[in-house]
Design a protein around this ligand. Structure first.
Ligand SMILES: Cc1cc2nc3c(=O)[nH]c(=O)nc-3n(C[C@H](O)[C@H](O)[C@H](O)COP(=O)(O)O)c2cc1C
Ligand code: SF4
Ligand code: SF4
Length: 316
């Protein structure tokens, strides 16, 4: 039996979980490949029996390219998948969304998510989920990966009927039960998570293209074009993920984060903290920063990481 873990990850949390899953599956079954989703040819999935696909939660949902990736799946009806995610305080409906796309394409064996550090420009630091995924999270991921692969083996060998292993129908119906929380957010969820109110700016004088092309290489939807006049950043299909701004080594891509950071400062005690406290009470969340930290008073990520690049590719 052959397995592969495919992941979408910008700031490294999902990648770490993916690597832990790969290790766990390898230990259990002797093999497991791993690949970033960007540039991965979905036709290659046919060579595998069990496929793990993981992503961060963006706007209470899966990032658009991940959903589009599943939409390309063909000829995988006799294969099995599992989904995983990393997220800050809100998991949202990411799995129901992925499962709705996967239904009738593949058998879905399971789904699981982990808390992850948030490196969005406007969030205060330290932040609730800092330090995740930690060693304990990754050990759990390894074990869960092994469980998924073993379940996959049973289905592949006919020991377990596909219909019994498939969690897809449950997930699809579960959508109705997932509270997306959108209605609770003053100003709408876009205001809070999508960064849609914060247009990025581009300063040609600071840009060293074509010597540098980091933003082009790492934009998840290839919507940056610095060959045209005027140059295009945030072109068609832009996710407003703000990643190009974080990784630009010269600050040529920039934004005014102050208004959103100010808004967020008020949002933390009225919403995020309540959600994290709730998860703590239910035993879903493990604090790695002192629980008494006055999170809302901390400096925003963009202030703390004012030196460019804010994040170095490959170092998170
Ligand atoms: C554009 C954007 C939207 C996000 N939306 C959410 C969200 O709705 N809920 C949440 O808990 N975290 C949200 N996050 C935080 C990420 O899900 C979290 O940091 C994740 O672990 C990042 O994964 P990565 O390190 O693999 O890129 C968002 C981050 C970005 C950049
Ligand atoms: S914000 Fe930047 S990196 Fe993100 S999709 Fe838009 S152009 Fe690409
Ligand atoms: S990352 Fe910054 S410096 Fe590099 S090409 Fe993009 S805008 Fe220019």
């Amino acid at each position: 039996m052959k397995s592969i873990v495919v992941y979408f990850s910008q700031t490294g949390n999902t990648r770490k979980v993916a690597q832990a899953l790969q290790e766990g599956i390898k230990k259990a079954t002797g093999n497991c490949d791993i690949a970033p989703m960007k540039g991965f040819n979905p036709n290659e999935l046919r060579a595998y029996d069990v496929i793990g696909l993981g992503c961060p939660v963006y706007d209470w949902d899966a990032p658009k390219p991940v959903k589009a990736f599943i939409d390309t799946w063909r000829g995988l009806e006799d294969k099995q998948a599992f989904f995983f995610a990393s997220h800050g305080p809100y998991r949202g409906g990411v799995f129901t969304d992925l499962a709705q796309r996967a239904v009738n394409r593949i058998t879905v064996l399971g789904y699981r998510s982990w808390y992850g550090e948030v490196r969005m420009q406007h969030v205060p630091k330290p932040y609730f989920t800092d330090g995740h995924p930690d060693e304990q999270d990754l050990a759990e991921a390894g074990q869960w990966g092994a469980d998924m692969a073993q379940l996959g083996q049973k289905v592949a060998s006919g020991q377990l009927p596909r219909s019994e292993a498939d969690v897809c129908p449950e997930l699809v119906w579960g959508k109705r039960r997932v509270n997306p929380g959108y209605q609770k957010v003053p100003g709408g969820a876009d205001r809070v998570f999508g960064l849609h109110d914060v247009p990025l700016t581009y300063d040609r004088q600071k840009c060293t293209y074509p010597k540098c092309h980091i933003c082009i290489d790492n934009c998840p939807v290839d919507c940056i074009n610095l060959e045209t006049e005027p140059q295009v950043i945030q072109g068609k299909g832009c996710l407003d993920c703000g990643f190009c701004e974080k990784i630009c080594p010269t600050g040529a891509i920039d934004a005014d984060w102050a208004p959103l950071a100010q808004f967020w400062r008020g949002f933390v005690p009225t919403n995020v903290r309540l959600s994290i406290d709730n998860a703590t009470r239910r035993g879903h969340f493990r604090w790695l920063i002192p629980q008494s930290t006055p999170v809302e008073d901390g400096p925003p990520f963009y202030v703390l990481h004012s030196r460019r690049p804010r994040i170095k590719i490959g170092q998170v």
